[in-house]
Write a protein that binds this ligand. Structure first.
Ligand code: FAD
Ligand code: DHB
Length: 386
């Protein structure tokens, strides 16, 4: 088999890249380890920056997003018994949209299948070869049968645990990492959200977040231990903690429950030879601030533009700047996600100094227009370079 771009991974990064390349007349093959129902059912991120929405709409992927997405003009911060609204739209003229990642994935899978171009599910043993040459290859197995794809470029869009980053020479890769001493216990519940906007709460018992997927589906998160045992969290205990930390919630049937660890991670550079990493394959942010999927979209915008000028005009200038352009945004977003995480979570138990400093920071934020502007312009999404 031969194609121009071999794409490893059918998450938001791989699927969006395949779609943008197709629209630019560039052929690709997408290889995904899991099944279609698995990737379409995986509950993860839910909040899109205005730029991500615009990117999906401009790419012709926005029909259902514009119909079913919930546009939000603000968010609420709760701490020390008080509640404060940040007017994102008033401050920046921009808004964010709630639309489940798996819904965006469904839209992109449908768009890919409509093109008739290959998207292979449940592939095994994906291995990258000759990435430093002009003729890289990917081998894999499908139903136990060995396959090979020859390509001009490989896009590693296979998430944090995929093989692409591992294929880079370790001596050339610099890794920056911070693992947080807590995680999020998340539930999806058949209950109307308590507010039409998101509520981020700092509480002496730990962080909590009330978000949603629709007018009848709440998504709720609680700070918990990194190795939290879910069997110790029957629904009653979850609701009790949510009420303590958020003040009130609407209860309903819990239809999904899970624990997500939290880390900051960046691998540099994001390109070696003909291999380009995009999305979680190159970087992870802690979820506070909702940046993971948005960063994947931002990387792919740059990669699609770079590959288009390479295949159309033989111009490698943008490909050569790919890593630098992406990493500038990645580090700003890393800083924002780390800052939101640091301000809202309980780190060292009952350290009264930590408590006072966090409350002072939040109090400053909700009484300073300059500080609110700094939060708002990063939360709705920094402008793109490309
Ligand atoms: P992924 O979505 O991880 O896609 C990578 C794809 O590659 C997957 O489909 C995977 O199956 C496939 N793959 C892996 N290995 C191979 C292989 N060997 N061969 C072929 N394919 C392979 N972000 C937020 O902003 N808010 C949240 O609440 C939030 N919650 C999250 C919860 C969880 C459990 C996780 C894991 C992530 C969460 N994120 C959240 C982060 C966000 O979902 C990611 O940033 C986003 O999915 C990145 O997209 P991606 O396409 O780069 O990677
Ligand atoms: C969601 C997740 C986040 O991490 C966040 O900051 C906001 C919203 C969500 O799942 O809707």
């Amino acid at each position: 088999m031969r194609t121009q771009v071999g794409i490893v991974g059918a998450g938001p990064a791989g699927l969006l890249l395949a779609h943008l390349l197709h629209r630019a007349g560039i052929d690709s093959v997408v290889l995904e380890a899991r099944s279609r129902p698995h990737i379409e059912g995986r509950i993860r991120a839910g909040l899109l920056e205005q730029g991500s929405v615009d990117t999906l709409v401009e790419a012709g992927l926005g029909d259902r997003l514009l119909r079913e997405g919930l546009a939000h003009d603000g968010l609420e911060l709760r701490f020390d018994g008080g509640s404060y609204r940040i007017d994102l739209h008033g401050l920046t003229g921009r808004r964010v949209t709630i639309y489940g990642q798996q819904e965006a994935v469904k839209d992109m899978v449908a768009a890919r299948l409509e093109t008739g171009r290959p998207l292979h599910f449940e592939v095994g043993d994906v291995t990258l070869h000759d990435i430093a040459t002009g003729h890289p290859r990917i081998t894999w197995t499908a139903d136990g049968v060995a396959q090979e794809l020859r390509c001009d470029i490989i896009a590693g869009c296979d998430g944090f645990h995929g093989p692409s980053r591992e294929a880079m020479p370790p001596e050339l890769l610099r890794v920056y990492e911070r693992v947080y001493p807590f995680a999020w216990l998340g539930i999806l519940a058949e209950a109307p959200p308590i507010s039409h906007e998101l509520i981020y709460a700092r509480h002496a018992e730990g962080f909590a977040l009330a978000t949603m997927r629709s007018a009848s589906l709440s998504r709720l998160y609680l700070q918990c231990a990194p190795d939290e045992d879910l069997s110790l969290w029957p629904d009653g205990r979850i609701w009790e903690s949510l009420v303590t930390r958020l003040g009130a919630v609407n209860e309903g049937r819990v239809i999904q429950k899970g624990v997500t660890g939290m880390r900051s991670f960046v691998a540099e550079p994001m390109r070696h030879g003909r291999l380009f990493l995009a999305g979680d394959a190159a970087h992870i942010v802690p979820p506070t601030g909702a940046k993971g999927m948005n960063l994947a979209v931002a990387d792919v915008r740059v990669l699609a533009a770079a590959l288009t000028s390479f295949f159309r005009d033989g111009d490698t200038a943008l490909m050569d700047r790919y890593s630098d352009i992406c990493l500038k945004r990645v580090w700003k977003v890393q800083r924002f996600s780390w800052w939101m995480t640091s301000m809202l979570h309980r780190y060292r138990g009952d350290d009264p100094f930590e408590h006072r400093v966090q409350v002072a920071e939040l109090d400053y934020l909700v009484h300073s227009k300059a500080a609110q502007m700094a939060l708002a312009e990063q939360y709705v999404g920094l402008p793109y370079d490309i």
